[in-house]
Design a protein around this ligand. Structure first.
Ligand code: 13P
Length: 258
């Protein structure tokens, strides 16, 4: 983390878990144990049908609610899809874009890019995901792969908007597997992502962009991961479903920084 130049963001990704009723229960418990300090931004990205309950419950708090996907089009004949202005109107502040689980369902880098642009246009904070598979890591092409995803995902994102983008590095082999990247592995990739942003924009902008790590991050390993200079927070799946665990990760963001 580097609190001087950029925000620390602890974001939950509930994926396809919890009903609206369970959301209400989670939020009531979570609200009761929210740390007082303002050492990080907190986001909870929830299933679309849970957004109203989550927004209602978190209205008077500093927790921002987000969606897990959006459509890049403004409106029209896209059955089952949700536009960014609908998310804004429902009270969302964030939207996850390009999660590897959605890419596995066919989402391309071009789709990711169109969604990032639509989210920025609507005033949402896109959490743009990237990450390599185990095969790609073993073939030694992690950096090239991630560089490509970042370059394609950020196409036509202008100089004045880049600081609004949050990037999440999620190695696919670490998601839901209990196999976390080591702090050194995660730092190495997050550092190289910042270098790509620096080349595309400027050092000043690269310094201001928050880059999160995701993949089996939990209350036990969060402290060490967040201690890395280029890891500015976490995108947390499983551990964000349990208020006690999620709160401990938020607390891990309150560590002295060298
Ligand atoms: P887990 O924390 O469950 O590994 O999920 C990570 C993730 O995919 C967050 O987007």
């Amino acid at each position: 983390m580097n609190r001087k130049y950029r925000k620390t963001v602890i974001a939950g990704n509930w994926k396809m878990n919890k009903t609206p009723t369970e959301t209400k229960e989670f939020m009531a418990a979570f609200k009761g144990m929210l740390p007082k300090g303002r050492w990080c931004d907190i986001a909870l990205c929830v299933p679309a049908v849970c957004i109203p309950a989550a927004v209602r419950a978190m209205r008077e708090t500093r927790v921002g609610i987000g969606a897990e996907n959006c459509n890049a089009n403004a409106s029209g004949a896209y059955t089952g899809e949700i536009a960014t202005n609908m998310l804004v109107d429902a009270g969302c502040k964030y939207v996850i874009i390009g999660h590897s689980e959605r890419r596995a369902m066919g989402e391309t880098d071009a789709d990711v890019n169109a969604k990032v642009l639509a989210a920025l246009e609507a005033g949402l904070t896109p959490i743009m995901c990237c990450g390599e598979s185990l095969e790609q890591r073993e073939a030694g092409i992690t950096e090239e792969w991630i560089t490509m995803q970042i370059k394609l995902g950020l196409q036509n994102v202008t100089e004045d908007k880049i600081r609004k983008v949050v990037i999440a590095y999620e190695p696919i082999w670490a998601i839901g597997t209990g196999r976390t990247a080591t702090p050194e592995q995660a730092q190495e990739v997050c550092e190289s992502i910042r270098a790509v942003v620096r080349k595309l924009y400027s050092s000043k902008n690269a310094r201001a962009v928050s880059i999160l790590y995701g993949g089996s991050m939990n209350e036990k390993n969060a402290y060490e991961l967040l201690a890395q200079p280029d890891i500015d927070g976490g995108l947390i799946g499983g551990a964000s479903l349990v208020p006690e665990k999620f709160v401990q990760i938020i607390e891990a963001a309150n560590q002295p920084i060298v």
